[in-house]
Design a protein around this ligand. Sequence first.
Ligand code: NAD
Length: 457
Amino acid sequence: MTSLSIQNPATGETIAELPADDAASVQRKAEAARAAQPGWAATPLAERQACIARFREAVVRELPRLAEVLTRETGKPIRMSRNELNGLLGRLDFFVGMVEPVTAVETVYDQDGMMERIEHLPLGVVANISAWNYPWFVGCNVIVPALLTGNAVLYKPSEFATLTGLEIGRLLHEAGVPREVFVPLVGGGATGAALLEQQIDGLFFTGSHATGVRIAQALGARLVKLQLELGGKDPTYVCDDADAKAAAESLADGAMYNTGQSCCSVERIYVHEKIHDAFLAHFVAAVKGFRVGDPMREDTYIGAITRAPQLQVLDAQVADAKAKGALLHTGGHRLPGPGNWYAPTVFSRGDHTMALMREESFGPIIGIQKVAGDEEAVRLMNDTRYGLTAGVYTPHAARAERLLAQVRAGSVYWNCCDRVSPRLPWSGCGDSGLGLTLSSYGIETFTRPRAWHLRRP
Ligand code: NAD
């Protein structure tokens, strides 16, 4: 058996060595999950809901320690780790409360002795290959509705959030979910690839576009239900009538929260020329006010870069932006180690010849571009292969709605950003992915509708 070494990205120290799953153990666990799934599906829904309620209680009880585990393996500032765990509670409540209405048998026709019904069956055994940036959120967006609807789940957390993944497993098992029904798998890409070889009824993936495409290719011929939640290059437009200071402070947070490592981080900003300079001054001041450093400290806002290779992506985008005429206001370089550190970085005079404005940065760097008006802003916002979120800042609802209606994105924001709600579907257009999580649709997606045609004798 191979092993997986876990580093603290803030210090470079190895904090755990774990035995990793190989092809043989993945196969054994997948077969056990297949055998156990019908029993779980036959367990009354109330008992499945009670398991998730007990899981929620355990998250609340152990929250300070779980936050520390997350911070140690990802470099996420401790306050943000606690925010993620607290934010999870509302999602769990939503799923537990909604699963019954979403999956209840529906009678859609009943006339002249003919009845038509829709029944919602579990998919069966589903696989979840997950990302590290919000492991509690993106993991539980799949795991929890999948379990509530009667599926067995093979869960491969990211190799950069494995300790958290194992905590999720421990707490679910202690809450009463059988070990064969929820199965964490330890390892990196090779373990994920071994999972794709198994007989599965759905593959739910969160991660990069490149890996998403590889997974789609691997599963293509097998017609397995596939969901891909991928990257973004999320734009925001600040209109001439916006409050420059309020918009700058909100967007500085949207760009830099979680050290810019959110799928819905603000990744590029277009500002109307009339307020561009005022906006920029407030934005740069806000970013300079963010404390960078030890993620365990309460007042830290910018933590470590979780994956060391991302530093090269940030270096390359910065060099390219500089070479093409962007103006650097702060940052623009790595910070000394040990660990992976990058200074929060702000450029103005961005344009679409630069990777900074076109490719996902996934770090604490942002490009700002001046625009002459709404038409140019909409054109630039849509000049992307991605389509996860997009936003507009203006005091006028009608203007915001008119603009946002023209933007291709799964989620659109008026005077807010970097926001996810359990009540709303989370999805992307283009290279941001396929399918969705959250909302009632994000429960239904773990089920297969069966049509009943019933003629009374
Ligand atoms: P990644 O693609 O490097 O890894 C994701 C997962 O895929 C990991 O568990 C990894 O082990 C696994 N994997 C790698 N190679 C594989 C293979 N050949 N077969 C099967 N599995 C394989 O992505 P990441 O660095 O973990 O996550 C960052 C990316 O995720 C960013 O692009 C971000 O935008 C995106 N993301 C999107 C959302 C969303 O909701 N749309 C949410 C969070 C993160």
